[in-house]
Design a protein around this ligand. Structure first.
Ligand code: NAP
Ligand code: MG
Length: 478
């Protein structure tokens, strides 16, 4: 019988929660419970913070950079050795197609490699201050950092947060989403086996409503790095404001996909379905609003639908599957409410809208036309496989409409006109934008949002800045 990492990973070992409570995990492709996982409570948070603080003061804070670099490389090697196991776990608890789950595990390893290298390259400056002497800046670790992550890319986002925080010299307590604790727990175990001292990276599965506040308000936790809903992000920021705790927040999005008539629009139409439907649309960067210049609108929609109907929706264990089930029954029900509203308001379903399989939380990729500009399918994040496509006539008016969204995470622009590419990239209010591509995430580049899509940045060197305090030291010359 298969065994799963299903207990808290605290102070270098697996243990049950203080209460002994567990929560069941359901495989979204089969609707079967396949494991019970320990659910942390507030006492477990206290124990983890104590261990982390001990580890930090006891050596991690002051470890020579070369040693930290070597340890993070060792973690990356472990992740590569266990790539298939991690991919299988990811697939089981969130229904991610196995090919994507393998890519995600590879990305996790790559993130550790990148930040292993950063340890010896990210530092302060010397400054020619007017009064003479020596003035320099130090990038100092903060102490214990809490990373609270969602269920859509559990391993990747866990690594995005843990690796730079560790590289900067912090200890990390990782809280995975209740639906997806397995890969995070495996990461904690593998990092420990790679040589990270006990307490440096710990993993607390458990409900956000039970341990969230304790993580955010614990005086020894100096920073909270969060990815998830705007609603919880707002709550975290409110709680953190009490003692001015550092936060970084990566929240929702309603990202535009803008296609001009001068673009290679056939290529755009071929690629755009997966620009929104990848990960069954459960992606904060999903390009869920498509703006198409009127002259090519009909032809674009026809081709977009033709590509969408060929997408393989089904069993995530099969290598050819492109869309797996949604993560949970509740998540699918929420998306189906959006679709019900769209039906009531007279939107056209150019494709999809139904359940393609009897068992599993599947939903067809759905293409909506004639969605009202004040309809919630147009304004709100749906977080499922649903796209709305609309024509536009005027570039300026279209950009105003794009920027009217309270979100500003990601987006795409398709054009072969260089001046337009520059103009539109500058004008769109979003933290990430791609031209003639749907790629949003590069390990080496900053990732995060404008406006209500968040604060602070993951990835790149920007993430290292976010896990350090900047100190200025002045030494008089006497
Ligand atoms: P969520 O509630 O924001 O969950 C994200 C993480 O926050 C999970 O680990 C969650 O734990 C934790 N959490 C929940 N309540 C908390 C609290 N009071 N304090 C601290 N942490 C807390 O997101 P969700 O409910 O899974 O999804 C809802 C919506 O959020 C989605 O439909 C989507 O719109 C958005 N979302 C965005 C992203 C993104 O990548 N930006 C990712 C996922 C979801 P539990 O799992 O235990 O509740
Ligand atoms: Mg929630």
């Amino acid at each position: 019988m298969q065994t799963y990492p299903n207990q808290l990973f605290v102070d270098g070992s697996f243990r049950p929660s203080a209460s002994g409570k567990t929560t069941p995990l359901i495989n979204p492709a089969t609707e079967q419970v396949f494991v019970e996982v320990a659910a942390a409570e507030v006492r477990d948070v206290d124990a983890a913070v104590e261990s982390a603080q001990r580890a930090w003061e006891g050596g991690w804070r002051d470890l020579a950079p070369g040693k930290r670099e070597a340890l993070l490389h060792a973690v990356a090697r472990k992740l590569r050795e266990h790539q298939e196991e991690l991919a299988q776990l990811e697939m089981l608890h969130i229904g991610k197609p196995i090919a994507d789950a393998r890519d995600e595990a590879g990305l996790g390893a790559r993130v550790f490699e990148y930040y292993a290298g950063a340890v010896t390259k990210f530092g302060g400056q010397t400054l020619p201050v007017a009064r003479g002497g020596l003035d320099f800046t130090w990038r100092q670790p903060m102490g214990v950092v809490a990373a609270i992550v969602p269920w859509n890319f559990p391993l990747a986002i866990g690594c995005w947060k843990a690796a730079p925080a560790l590289a900067a010299g912090n200890c990390v307590i990782l809280k995975p989403a209740s639906l997806s604790p397995l890969t995070a727990l495996k990461l904690g175990q593998l990092a420990y086996e790679a040589g990270l001292p006990p307490g440096v990276l710990q993993v607390l599965p458990g409900s956000g409503s039970v341990i969230g506040d304790a993580l955010v308000t614990h005086p020894r936790i100096r920073k909270v790095s969060f990815t998830g809903s705007t609603q919880i992000g707002r709550r975290i920021m409110e709680l953190a404001s009490r003692d001015l705790k550092r936060v970084s927040l990566e929240l929702g999005g309603k990202s535009p996909n803008i296609v001009f008539a001068d673009a290679d629009w056939q290529r755009a139409a071929d690629s755009s379905p997966m620009g929104v439907f990848a990960n069954t649309g459960q992606d904060c960067c999903a390009r869920s609003r498509v703006f198409v210049e009127r002259g090519i609108f009909e032809a674009f929609v026809e081709r977009f639908v033709a590509v969408t109907r060929k997408l393989v929706v089904g069993d995530p264990t099969k290598a050819e599957t492109q869309l797996g089930p949604m993560v949970s029954e509740g998540q699918r029900a929420g998306v189906e409410e959006f679709l019900e509203d769209a039906r009531r308001q007279g939107s056209r379903f150019a494709w999809g809208g139904g359940r393609p399989h009897d068992r599993g939380f599947y939903l067809e990729p759905t293409v909506l036309l004639d969605v009202g500009k004040d309809h919630r399918c147009w304004t709100e994040e749906i977080f499922g496989p649903v796209v709305a496509i609309t024509p536009f006539d005027d570039e300026m008016a279209m950009i105003r409409e794009v920027n009217a969204s309270p979100y500003g995470l990601s987006g795409s622009v398709w054009t072969n006109n260089l001046s337009r590419a520059i103009r539109v990239s500058r004008a769109v209010e979003s933290g990430v934008l791609s031209v003639n591509s749907h790629s949003s995430v590069h390990v080496e580049a900053p990732f995060g949002g404008f406006k209500q899509s968040g604060l602070g940045r993951d990835l790149g060197m920007a993430a290292m800045e976010g896990y350090t305090e900047l100190k200025n030291v002045y030494i008089a010359e006497i």
